[in-house]
Design a binder for this molecule. Structure first.
Ligand code: NAD
Length: 496
């Protein structure tokens, strides 16, 4: 039987909250002794004082990670042995599912049901998937003349630093550390200052699983301090980032100003979800469109935040959409029935409310939501919101809000729909709903986006790559392609 809210509250009483950094196999305070307060957006409760690390801690972590890498204790370990240890790590995460889910929910506000059903299992799965892959990937022998042997081998890159966001704190981190560790790298994780607790907790689980000390390190702290220090560091080989496009651009500058470290960016989105009149089932499309903007409080990089509806079914579709969104009511994030939790912090809440005002000012018609709610909880909740009558020129159609605010745009023809869909600086994902097979393929081909969903929204698992076109980033998380980010290719020519 699933736990009630009071069961979770009781569980919270027995939690020990760790806020220190994890370097060289142990928890430690920041060298400066600085900390910051971690408060829960769920109801404002104090969670922990968290180490606010900076350049001094980054230097130490990089030194430790480099030493571990050079020693070969992990980097030259047999892939099958790394696999065994990582699978144990994955199992330990599942053994601590409730604790980690509770931390994730309290730290960043998502519904406890989602943390339990999605975030923690998906993290464990990402680790297991990459672990299982690593002893099944073969290197290459080049097609050389008789007197040559050309070996094309992959080597771990060295010290990988990852800077990740707060919307799926553990999942986003695992998409990076799982392939990077499986490939033999040493790793430094910089979680978002808004959601550091689960990253800090799993560092101990990594060590318990058998990942040698110094190989997996966690540096909580701010972007402009420890994040910047890692990005500018002369001895970090790879910087893997998920976050906003603006910060991603800055990281490329830092890499250019330092050691030309490889920078991989999973950045923002403003994804179009396109409903043609011949969609197989308009009600299903409406339900998916509601989920695409309300799930995880709209704090999803692939949120279907621009909903393009063919004008001939607009009148029929809108009531279905408004009805479907009613299933996405905000509630206390520790209530197992809740589908929409709290927004991560006051700043983000203010940002969402500001865009709602801009939407109104620029002529959008507010059809649902539009206000803060559940203030009496002490938490940060906002109603999922729909604007109709939006044009693609309006700010709510161009800028990433990263909250549950949907912009509905009407179109007449397929050409017009494609033009609007692609008229964005972003290119992360897109959806298309049609029963016409040729149109589905034609439209999917025309979309400039890293993930395309036909007659569904947000499908996928570890087997396919994930990432963006245009200013949504470069490189891909997930699938075997993720190993490209954490390995260098070497050509060795042997004269026979
Ligand atoms: P953000 O860019 O503000 O922060 C992301 C991380 O970068 C945080 O850890 C932050 O501390 C760090 N950072 C900030 N400034 C820095 C600097 N100057 N130097 C180094 N590090 C710095 O993003 P956010 O608000 O945490 O997350 C929301 C964004 O993440 C949205 O744009 C969303 O689309 C994007 N996102 C993308 C994906 C994807 O896979 N493409 C997935 C999830 C989220």
């Amino acid at each position: 039987m699933s736990k009630t809210r009071s069961d979770w509250e009781q569980r919270f009483q027995s939690l020990t909250l760790e806020g220190r950094a994890f370097i060289d196999g142990q928890y430690c305070t920041a060298a400066s002794g600085a900390t910051f307060e971690c408060l829960s957006p769920v109801d404002g409760r104090f969670l922990a004082n968290v180490a606010s690390t900076d350049a001094a801690d980054a230097n130490l972590a990089v030194q430790v990670a480099r030493r571990a890498f050079e020693s070969g204790v992990w980097s030259r370990q047999a892939p099958a042995e790394r696999k065994r240890i990582l699978i144990r790590f994955s199992e330990l995460i599942l053994e601590h599912q409730e604790e980690l889910a509770l931390l994730e929910t309290l730290d960043m506000g998502k519904p406890i049901g989602d943390s339990m059903a999605i975030d923690i299992p998906a993290t464990a799965n990402a680790i297991r998937w990459n672990a299982e892959a690593i002893d099944k990937i073969y290197d290459e022998v080049a097609a050389t003349p008789e007197d040559q042997l050309g070996l094309v081998t992959r080597e771990p890159s060295g010290v990988v630093a990852a800077i990740v966001p707060w919307n799926f704190p553990l999942i986003m981190a695992s998409w990076k550390f799982a392939p990077a560790l499986a490939a033999g790298n040493s790793f430094i994780l910089k979680p978002s200052e808004k959601s550091p607790l689960t990253a800090i907790r799993i560092a101990q689980l990594a060590l318990d699983a058998g990942i040698p000390q110094g190989v997996f390190n966690v540096l909580p702290g701010y972007g402009h301090t420890v994040g910047k220090a890692l990005a500018l560091h002369m001895d970090v080989d790879v910087l893997a980032f998920t976050g906003s496009t603006a910060v991603g651009k800055q990281l490329l500058v830092y890499a250019g100003e330092s050691n030309l470290k490889r920078v991989w960016l999973e950045a923002g989105g403003k994804s179009p979800n396109v409903v043609f009149a011949d969609a197989p089932d308009l009600r299903e499309a409406a339900e998916a469109a509601a989920a695409a903007i309300a799930f995880n409080q709209g704090e999803v990089c692939t949120a279907g935040s621009r909903l393009l509806v063919q004008r001939s079914v607009h009148e029929q579709f809108i009531p279905l959409l408004v009805e479907a969104l009613k299933a996405w009511k905000p509630g206390h994030a520790l209530d197992p029935e809740t589908r929409v939790g709290a927004v991560v912090d006051q700043r983000q809440l203010d940002n969402v409310l500001r865009y709602i005002e801009i939407g109104k000012e620029q002529g959008g018609q507010l059809l649902a939501g539009g206000a803060r709610t559940l203030e009496s909880t002490g938490g940060l909740y906002v109603e999922p919101t729909i604007f109709d009558g939006v044009t693609n020129a309006m700010a709510i159609a161009r800028e990433e809000i990263f909250g549950p605010v949907l912009a509905v745009i009407s179109f007449d023809t397929e050409e017009q729909a494609l033009q609007i869909a692609n008229d964005s600086i972003f290119g992360l994902a897109a959806g298309v709903w049609t029963s016409n097979l040729s149109r589905a393929h034609r439209f999917a081909r025309g979309l400039r986006a890293g993930s395309v969903w036909v007659n569904q929204y947000d499908g996928g698992d570890m087997t396919a790559p994930f990432g963006g076109f245009k200013q949504s980033g470069n490189g891909r998380d997930k699938s075997l392609h993720a190993f490209d980010k954490y390995t260098e290719l070497k050509a060795t020519w042997i004269k026979l």
